[in-house]
Design a protein around this ligand. Structure first.
Ligand code: PAF
Length: 284
């Protein structure tokens, strides 16, 4: 596996690959790779001939300086994980390589996709995500890019970016991967104390009950209200939102049914760490 940190080196590598008709897959990450990332790389390597993984902690998408300062970094381990999962190249640019000297990013307005939930709670977050993913897509020139459904709203935003600006680039959404105890995998989980981790399990527990009760025909609005009440009583957990939405448009949608892509989404702060999770509700 090759490692490069400039767009020029990467460009040469990708051009040579494409010149012989090979399909290029891309998995963008911020490092601290866990099995959720590995599953994206594995899927990409099953579907593509050449897989590029980027490791870049993007400063412009953090709305919280402390979160940026403490974001876990494990580059040597990341390289091993990427290689074991089937990557052919790891792209590790420095900030200046992607942004030059200017970290200002354009505001992005994709309507509800960028103004609700994560867009509302984390001001400027999607501006930074779109800015960096646009730069990475331009640098990598992939045929397909792989993103986890853990960041469901980000996935919808990226689909919109690709539809508007990257014709022919396939965006592949991949299932959220959970720890054995049900916690959604996240690079930030390593920063949680044991107690906070127990508290954090409420999120996946609530989603599981919403899904089961919605399949049994209970009105989703009532289930969401029940979770809001329960969450208010949990010490050390501050619920930001819990809702049911269409996973592509992020319109609120409380009627589940065959294939209509309804997801329950939740975000909460546990011990100073912001957690998000979701699960598909539409049932057969
Ligand atoms: O999901 C992430 O890890 C990041 O938001 C991404 C897509 C790599 C952009 O920095």
């Amino acid at each position: 596996m090759k490692r490069c940190d400039t767009k020029a080196q990467l460009g040469v590598m990708v051009q040579q690959t494409r010149a012989v008709g090979k399909k290029v897959g891309f998995v963008p990450t911020m490092g601290a790779l866990h099995p959720g990332h590995a599953s994206l790389i594995e899927r990409a390597s099953n579907e593509c001939d050449f897989v590029v993984v980027s490791v870049f902690v993007n400063p412009t998408q953090f709305d919280n300086a402390q979160d940026f300062a403490t974001y876990p970094i494990a580059l040597e381990r990341d390289i091993d994980v990427a290689q074991a999962a089937g990557a052919h190249a790891v792209f590790t640019p420095k900030v200046v390589e992607l942004y030059g000297g200017d970290l200002a990013v354009e505001p992005v307005n994709y309507g509800r996709l960028t103004s609700t939930f994560e867009g509302k709670m984390r001001k400027g977050h999607f501006d930074g995500v779109v800015a960096v993913v646009r730069k990475l897509f331009q640098a990598v020139q992939a045929d397909a890019a792989y993103f986890g459904e853990k960041d469901l709203q980000q996935l919808a935003v990226i689909r919109r970016l690709a539809a508007d600006e990257f014709e022919g680039l396939e965006i592949v959404g991949c299932p959220l991967i959970r720890e054995e105890d049900g916690l959604a995998m996240s690079s930030r989980n390593v920063r949680m104390s044991d107690d906070d981790r127990q508290t954090a399990l409420h999120l996946s527990g609530w989603l599981k009950s919403i899904r089961a009760d919605a399949s049994a025909g209970i009105e989703v609005g009532k289930l969401l209200d029940k979770v809001r009440l329960e969450a208010a009583a949990v010490e050390g957990l501050e619920l930001e939102y819990v809702d049911a939405v269409n996973g592509h448009t992020f319109e609120p949608q409380q009627v589940t049914g065959n294939g209509n892509g309804v997801f329950a989404i939740i975000a909460a702060d546990v011990g100073g760490i912001r957690l998000i999770d979701n699960c598909r509700l539409a049932c057969s």
